[in-house]
Every structure is written in structure tokens, then in C-alpha cells.
Design a protein around this ligand. Structure first.
Ligand code: NAG
Ligand code: NAG
Ligand code: NAG
Length: 161
């Protein structure tokens, strides 16, 4: 093989290596919110494919359907009411620090509400009305002062009034 060809092979593989390294850096540091949402998606059953656009290899989740971001590309809304979803809430959702609206009414979500949702300090609406959740609302949610729209009404009355 001639020298020029070898050199170009070397630089091609160096470039590939660099792309792979950068790609890894952006999954680890750049897309924590996408990873958190993807963890939620992974254990949901989604017969209507409403989460089809939730592709974890994109640089952030802001282009996904049913997800809204602010100008800093941080997630502010998840709108998945009446989406025919079965599964559970995951603690990773507590990492979405700018989340204001978590709309999951009228699905088939079961299990407990993770304590980690108490870290969602920007939350103004947590709509879990008409699901199959059990247990009580974690006390950690009581510290969320902006939360004013908790549609699980009976529990709302018991814990917040
Ligand atoms: C919800 O999903 C089930 C399959 O799990 C399907 O039979 C049903 O028609 C769906 N309902 C709606 C409203 O899309
Ligand atoms: C709702 O979830 C339960 C499991 O929690 C499952 O057995 C049932 O089939 C689900 N219903 C629908 C309509 O998907
Ligand atoms: C989120 O909340 C949980 C339980 O309430 C706590 O253990 C955890 O350290 C919190 N995580 C962050 C990043 O604040």
C-alpha cells in the first residue's frame, strides 16, 4: 500500500475516533434529560406509538413529540394525557429540574409516585388523574410550593389542605 493511502486511512480513523468520543461526551453530559425521559419510555407499554419520536440518540429531547423545552433546551412540559400508556413512573423524572407540567391523566399508570418527584421544584401541574397509582402521595411533594393543580383530588385534600 502506498504511503498517501495509509495516511488517509489513519486520518479517517482518527476522525471516526474523535466523532465517537464527542458523541459519548454529549450522551453523558449533554442529554441527561433525554436519558431520564428515555428511562421512563423504556418501561412503558405504548400500543398507540405516541412515543415513537423519543429517540435517545438525538442531542436533546426538545424535538420529541409531547415534550416542550425552554430556550435553554431544558424540558418544561410533558403532555401525555389520554395516550393509552401502561407502566410506572420512574425516579429519573425527578431530574427534570425545569419541568412545570407533567400531564399524564387518563392512562394506565400503576405503582407508586416516586419520592424523587419532590425534586421538581418548578412543577406547577402534576396531573395523574384517572390512572392506577397506589400508595399515598410522597411527603416530598408537599414542599413543592408552585404545585397547584394536583388532580388526584382526594389525596390533594388529604395532604395539602
Ligand atoms: C389502547 O391499547 C389497547 C391495546 O393495549 C387497544 O386495544 C385499545 O384500543 C387502545 N385504546 C385506545 C383508546 O387507543
Ligand atoms: C393496564 O395495566 C395493567 C397492568 O398494570 C394491565 O394488566 C392491563 O392490561 C392494562 N390495560 C390496558 C388497557 O392496557
Ligand atoms: C431527589 O430526591 C430524592 C428523594 O426525595 C433524594 O434522595 C435525591 O438525592 C434527590 N436528588 C437530587 C439530585 O436532588
Amino acid at each position: 500500500m502506498e504511503m498517501g493511502r495509509i495516511n488517509s486511512l489513519i486520518s479517517t480513523s482518527a476522525l471516526l475516533w474523535l466523532i465517537l468520543v464527542l458523541e459519548n461526551v454529549s450522551t453523558v453530559y449533554g442529554n441527561a434529560e433525554g436519558d431520564a425521559l428515555y428511562a421512563f419510555k423504556k418501561q412503558l407499554r405504548d400500543p398507540n406509538n405516541v412515543l415513537q419520536s423519543w429517540d435517545p440518540t438525538l442531542v436533546n429531547p426538545c424535538m420529541w413529540y409531547h415534550v416542550t423545552c425552554n430556550i435553554d433546551n431544558s424540558v418544561t412540559r410533558i403532555d401525555l394525557g389520554s395516550a393509552n400508556l401502561t407502566g410506572q413512573l420512574v425516579s429519573q423524572l425527578g431530574q427534570l429540574t425545569n419541568l412545570q407540567y407533567l400531564e399524564l391523566y387518563n392512562n394506565n399508570i400503576s405503582g407508586k409516585i416516586p419520592q424523587h418527584l419532590g425534586n421538581l421544584t418548578s412543577l406547577v401541574s402534576l396531573d395523574l388523574f384517572r390512572n392506577k397509582l397506589e400508595g399515598h402521595i410522597p411527603k416530598t411533594l408537599g414542599k413543592l410550593q408552585k404545585l397547584r393543580n394536583l388532580y388526584d383530588r382526594i389525596i390533594h385534600i388529604l395532604y395539602f389542605n
